[in-house]
Ligand binder design. Structure first.
Ligand code: GLC
Length: 427
């Protein structure tokens, strides 16, 4: 009998311990889940600033359970893409949210690195965004990212200098050259025209615009026909080379990215500049020597051609390997909302992806050219939306840079570039 009692006591103690353990375990768990979830997001350093200034703080205040950790990467989009790509290839990417340049989407989607967002948003909700921005984020009929901000290449000019000299804003390539020659001033160290000539993605984006202005094309996305060895491409390269030869563009232009060209323009050292809309608020800051002296217009073209504005822009996707897809989607919904975009655009001068914001009274009061910009976005030229885009762009950049720096003739360069691109697309 004693033995039986002892056995029972032992069982009771064991059961008690199990129950206590269970209570302790389950009462600890809620505390653990209350730990905020951190979402990692890599982006270029100049982009990071306006994010940190406002919209991240607002999101975190509204969602105390989620923190956004911005990792600042290099300025050039291709270097940033390499970082994302190596993280994905190594597996278990540390990034939850992916801030994607429009040209990366097909590659990232084809490689199966992104969550499919098609069912997360209705077509009616998507209709509030610029159509081309959304198209750039679809791959094989599925949607992989939501546009956060759009971008279009534009021509900036010194309105004060043109007016003083009695020039109308240029329409054609010839006008641009003529005005540049007349207004460049060696004594003042003032050049005519600065553009992005370094061998990197910005060169491809800038070239798309010149090519369009000459009536040429790079790759037709529907037929995959390659247009690089057509005479229009050679004419476009000759135009750019000529700007250096006749001294309206500095010889160093073949090493410049966006920021170098902006600084030259902003320091009163150039009459014209090809760049993205982010330049506007920086050049018009009170401390800027060209504050209030500039204007912006679509790129020039041949007499019978039309303006080409390259469609750029950034969108948010979710990494397939994230452990927090729900929180990541919540963040995307907020960062692409009208409220967040308005704040972001007012701060940084970026271009909204939501159409209503181009006509928003607060935004138009600060940036009167935005209603006009919407028309430019609608007509903008996409770089080829193909999964092999990174390789295609690399081919163009290599041969274009060789031609611009006189290592190879434009004809030979484009013959090689066209044949390598055709080979790539056949694969
Ligand atoms: C801008 C554009 C992007 C483009 C890049 C090139 O960031 O938004 O689309 O690829 O410039 O430098």
């Amino acid at each position: 009998m004693r033995k039986v009692l002892q056995k029972l006591k032992f069982r009771v103690v064991v059961i008690f311990l199990i129950v206590m353990f269970g209570v302790a375990f389950f009462s600890v768990k809620p505390a653990q889940t209350q730990q905020p979830v951190t979402l990692n997001l890599l982006m270029t350093a100049p982009d990071a600033e306006p994010w940190k200034q406002g919209i991240i703080k607002d999101f975190e205040t509204k969602n105390p359970g989620i923190k956004i950790n911005i990792v600042e990467g290099p300025n050039a989009t291709d270097l940033l893409e390499n970082l994302y790509t190596s993280a994905f290839i190594l597996g278990d990417s540390p990034y939850d949210l992916i801030n994607m340049d429009v040209v990366w989407t097909p590659k990232f989607a084809a490689a199966n690195w992104l969550l499919d967002l098609t069912d997360k948003i209705t077509e009616a909700e998507l209709a509030a965004f610029s159509e081309k921005d959304v198209e750039g984020r679809r791959y094989k009929g599925k949607l992989y990212a939501i546009p956060m901000r759009s971008d279009v290449g534009m021509l900036y000019y010194r309105e004060d200098l043109l007016k003083e000299a009695g020039f109308n804003p240029p329409e054609s390539f010839d006008d641009l050259i003529k005005i540049s020659q007349a207004l460049k001033d060696e004594n003042k160290g003032r050049w005519g025209y600065v553009w992005q000539g370094k061998q990197y993605e910005g060169l491809a984006a800038m070239f798309v615009e010149i090519l369009e202005g000459f009536g040429g094309y790079w790759v037709n996305p529907e037929t995959l026909e390659v247009g690089l060895d057509r005479p229009q491409t050679v004419e476009a390269i000759e135009f750019l080379k000529n700007t250096i030869q006749i001294g309206i563009s500095p010889p160093g232009v073949t090493t410049y990215q966006e920021e170098e060209t902006r600084q030259i323009f902003q320091n009163e050292n150039s009459v014209f500049l090809r760049n993205w809309p982010y330049v506007w608020p920086l050049a018009n800051k009170e401390s800027s020597p060209i504050d209030g002296k500039i204007a912006i217009k679509p790129m020039v073209h041949t007499k019978n051609g039309s303006s080409g504005a390259c469609l750029g822009g950034w969108a948010l996707g979710i990494s397939k390997s994230t452990k927090h897809p729900e929180e990541a989607w919540k963040a995307i919904k907020y960062f692409t909302s009208e409220e967040a975009q308005r704040k972001f655009v007012l701060q940084a001068g970026f271009v909204p992806s939501r159409r209503s914001l181009f006509l928003d009274p607060q935004i138009v009061a600060k940036y009167p050219h935005y209603p006009q910009l919407l028309k430019v976005v609608d007509k903008a030229v996409l770089r080829p939306p193909i999964a092999q885009y990174a390789q295609a762009s690399d081919i163009l950049q290599r041969y274009l840079s060789a031609a611009l720096t006189n290592r190879i003739t434009p004809e030979a360069a484009m013959k090689n570039a066209a044949s390598e691109t055709r080979q790539l697309l056949r694969r």
